[in-house]
Write a protein that binds this ligand. Structure first.
Ligand SMILES: [Zn+2]
Length: 655
């Protein structure tokens, strides 16, 4: 634990020593934040290391809490290239006293540093990156003015300690003839600044006058040209959406204030902009819905499309260098309602993103009020919509949009813009979000065409439902087997499975490979490899003396219109066979005749099956794969309804 005595080199003493003392750069962090993060760091600050950690070596050599004698800042990082030097210097994890000796408290001169424009998400602070440093002293207590018990934590907000003026210098005897032994504990020293003759505290930095980067950039950047690689930009846009300033908790449990808004430029392209804490407060007072602004500077990053409904690939996080200026002379009008129409059948390919659709509303549900898990009152309304791609899905409207939706919209063409595609239980639906819009019978050329289709072909179209039906409700999407096959349900570009209900019988179960020997681990279903009487699981990587039997029934099912092979696993197979896989496995090995009898006992019983249909690419071709997810005794009421519907459709065919 104890550090060896540390002697600073004479060159360092000449460079950093002041009359036999080493002084911390008191107030450095406040000067840095006030100067702004876009300004180069002009000082060579002398700072004390209060804590250090090398637990994130994949990202940086050390994370440290550095102190300027008054303020400490926790988001300091030593660049990865300093690993060798850091390993040699071995900063202590924290300052502590062992016996009569202090450990840690290293003093360094940061000879090169920079801001990292990315906020470190853990605590929403900007990272101060140490790129090179000189180690000047070590084994010291935390240095601070007399009367203070700890340094002030700086949160990075320049307003927090605005106008701070160092009142005293803070340092240790160092390098000169009058300096003490560096291994000895150094007393906290603080003299009034006026008494100092050789103070090294530089004057307060002043920001460059004559306008920031906003003033310096003449031309406006189109929103669609923004990217993280664009160094300087200025956008000009209309605020189309504005959220309220609100308090949230970060993943690390820290309280944050967040404010988001969206602006659209004259091309109609939108981008979402978010500020946290001080930036949130500032932007929330400035930004008004329907007003036009110039905005410059901020971090452009890839949009999180789960929360960002603008359709833009990027979003902006405001930082201290961001400038928001109202544009009184040059206002932008609300962009015309435009759609980039996505056929409903293609929405599974946009899962988690927003799409625009032009559809016929076939059902308008009532509004439903409920309380969310975090005790929020929510209102929603479900719509059923179809389009010319022969697809039907659900649109969920939330909040005021749900309340305000006109029930008379049933039967109308509606354009939904910026709706989120959500996947649930193998199905896909649309959901309204922050910047979603809809227009009843919008003035778009495609609308007349869609009304024509509605009056003609729509009535005879069999819609493919892509809404979530999961394995739960047996009565949705009932099909004759023949139709399931010929429509190739479950065969779509997105690779999403479809769930279909079939009223059918098992007509045959292939006896060979109907059971397999699996890894005995309770949560493993991997087939084991027989190695000289032992069983090896490639997944778990172990060899065992035993195995368990599992079902893999290849069963032919038929409903009179067609037959298909479907796979049945446990627990559905246990239910159909009436025995566990282990029981049947033992019978199979003991008495093959008995085994065959048990399989055939399952034939020709009236079942209602829930089938998962999915296309799989196998041996250079797409093959349909069917799995029985659920089996129940035939639901005759549902079955009769299916037959009646089928008969009605047959009647509609005129010969
Ligand atoms: Zn295993």
């Amino acid at each position: 634990m104890a550090q060896s005595a540390f002697e600073p080199a004479p060159t360092l003493i000449r460079k950093y020593g002041k009359g036999g003392r080493l002084e911390l750069s008191v107030g450095f962090f406040q000067r840095l934040f006030e100067a702004g993060l876009d300004q180069p760091i002009k000082e060579t600050p002398i700072l004390q290391v209060l804590r250090s950690s090398d637990k994130k070596r994949d990202q940086f050599s050390l994370r440290a809490k550095l102190s300027d004698g008054i303020f400490d800042y926790t988001a300091c990082f030593f660049d990865k290239k300093l690993m060798v030097q850091n390993d040699r210097d071995k900063f202590a994890e924290k300052v502590q006293k062992v016996g009569n000796t202090w450990i840690g408290g290293e003093i360094i001169a940061v000879t090169a540093g920079r801001w990292c424009s990315e906020v470190m998400l853990a605590d929403q602070k900007y990272a101060f990156i140490v790129e090179s440093y000189d180690l000047l002293a070590r084994n010291l207590p935390e240095l601070m003015p007399e009367g203070m018990t700890e340094t002030k934590h700086h949160d990075g907000n320049p307003e927090s300690f605005k106008g701070f003026k160092p009142q005293s210098s803070i340092g240790i005897p160092w390098g000169g003839s009058e300096s003490g032994d560096m291994g000895e504990p150094a007393a906290k020293r603080a003299k009034p600044l006026s008494e100092q003759t050789n103070r090294i505290v530089p004057p307060m930095s002043t920001s460059v006058s004559g306008g920031g980067p906003l003033a310096g950039l003449a031309s406006v950047t189109p929103i669609k040209s923004l990217s993280p690689y664009l160094q300087r930009w200025k956008i000009h846009g209309l605020v189309t959406n504005r959220e309220e300033l609100r308090a949230i908790k970060s993943k690390a449990g820290k309280d944050l204030r967040i404010f988001s808004f969206e602006i659209a430029d004259k091309n109609g392209d939108k981008i979402r902009i978010t500020g946290f804490d001080a930036e949130a407060d500032k932007a929330a007072t400035q930004i008004q819905q329907g007003q036009t602004y110039f905005i410059a500077n901020g971090a452009v990053k890839t949009a999180n499309k789960q929360w960002n409904y603008t359709g833009c690939d990027y979003e902006i996080t405001l930082n201290r260098t961001s400038e928001i200026t109202p544009s009184y002379d040059d206002k932008i009008e609300k962009p015309a309602f435009r759609l980039r129409i996505c056929p409903l059948k293609d929405i599974p390919a946009h899962n988690g993103e927003t799409v625009d659709v032009l559809v016929i509303v076939t059902e308008v549900g009532e509004t439903q009020n409920f309380t969310s898990r975090n005790n929020k009152e929510l209102t929603k309304r479900e719509l059923t919509v179809v389009d010319k791609s022969g697809t039907e899905t659900q649109v969920t409207l939330w909040g005021d949009v749900a309340k305000g939706f006109d029930p008379e919209a049933k039967g109308q063409v509606v354009g939904f813009k910026g709706y989120l595609v959500r996947e649930f239980g193998g199905g896909y639906s649309l959901s309204s979000g922050f910047s979603s819009e809809y227009v009843l019978t919008p003035s778009l050329p495609e609308v007349a065409e869609l009304y024509e289709w509605k009056d003609g072909e729509m009535s005879t179209t069999t819609f493919q439902k892509i809404t979530a039906t999961g394995g739960s409700n047996l009565l949705t999407n009932q099909r004759p087997l023949r139709l399931m096959q010929s429509l190739r349900l479950g065969d779509n570009a997105s690779g999403a499975a479809e769930y279909v209900t079939i009223h059918a019988d098992i007509v045959r179960i292939k006896p060979e490979n109907s059971l397999y020997k699996a890894c005995p681990s309770s949560d493993c279903k991997k087939k084991v490899v027989d190695v000289d009487g032992s069983y090896r699981c490639e997944k778990c990587g172990h060899t065992t003396q035993n195995f368990k039997w599992l079902y893999l029934l290849q069963s032919e099912i038929s409903d009179g219109t067609a037959s298909v092979y479907a796979t049945i696993f446990s627990p559905v197979a246990d239910q159909i066979i009436g025995k566990s896989a282990d029981e049947l496995g033992n019978i199979m090995e003991a008495d093959h005749g008995e085994f065959m009898q048990i399989l055939s006992d399952a034939y020709l019983k009236p079942y209602t099956f829930r089938i998962k249909a999915k296309s799989e690419f196998y041996n250079d071709e797409n093959r349909m794969k069917y799995v029985v997810m659920k089996a129940a005794n035939r639901d005759y009421a549902a079955y009769n309804q299916l037959l009646l519907n089928t008969i009605a459709k047959l009647d509609a065919i005129t010969v």
